[in-house]
Design a protein around this ligand. Sequence first.
Ligand code: MAN
Length: 357
Amino acid sequence: MKQRMIERRFNRCLLRPADLPPSQPDVRVVGVFNPAAAATPEGVTLLIRVAETAREKRPGWVALPRWDLEAGRITMDWLREEEVDFLDPRMVIVKATGLRRLTFISHLTVATSRDGRALDTASSARFFPADENEEFGVEDPRLTPLDGRFYFTYVAVSPHGAATALASTTDFRRFTRHGIIFPPENKDVVLFPERIGGRFVALHRPNPHQHFAAPEMWLATSPDLRHWGEHQPFLGSGGEWDVGRVGAGAPPLRTKAGWLEIYHGNDRRPGKPGVGAYSAGLLLLDAADPARILAVRGRAMTPETDYERHGFVPNVVFPTAAVPRGENLLVYYGAADEACGVLEWRLADVLAALRPE
Ligand code: MAN
């Protein structure tokens, strides 16, 4: 049976690369996507991933950006095209080492929205790479208010791999780093917005590139947000729209029925070329025991609009935040690894779409 998508009551492209000035003169912005968002006194505050690459084009050469720690800026490694294999628009393999490099580098920027549906200001506040674990960029933040601070997890990419780190802020101008909380390769880490049974809880996604398991999300708990344990497998791929990858999307949201988690899946089959399409599904988790999945709904959102179907990586919707607004839910997402979108769902439609596990 083909399921209908949950109706988008409102939908808009919030931000495109051309809307943002580059962070330094010799780069250009190629993506503003995968935004974190949280309700703040200003309305909604977003932390947006900005991807940049070399402005200059040298025929026959490829620019591989990295963060120069000493200079505190982006620098380029120029390699001849025959020195690399192009994997997809995002990635090359350097033949000499067999290791991967990104064709862009990311940092985070802050923006605010009074009504959550359009951006008012892009602030000048930026969160740039700052240590050797971030040499290839900081990516895909997820915001969770906890104990009077805004905590965010983010992906720290470097020659050590793609790890997940934690930082926090109260004013979105000054940021405190708390270090790596999940070592490589681990991404898509979301924190629950309350302690459950006295402990902090996170969903995380260890490396799916191994021989024994299909892609999986895991659950872990912590006494202090820094030390994580009690790891357990949480949800594996269903083998269809999520056969290639499965990972948490927005930090879970408390509803009267339980925790609502909006997650993503990718449909690329092993050995198939390309990146595949990214869609989103829904989970309802027991309020007191979030490892218990009460209800699910596969593909609740698939790439539909022009800016979701065309872009740096075509056919990607990648939800990264959900903010309640009256009876509705504002869902913030990355579109085609290039732009930021927002859509509005009725919470009642969302809960009605879930089916018992
Ligand atoms: C994947 C994608 C990219 C990201 C890299 C490194 O290829 O999620 O957007 O830059 O991993 O994290």
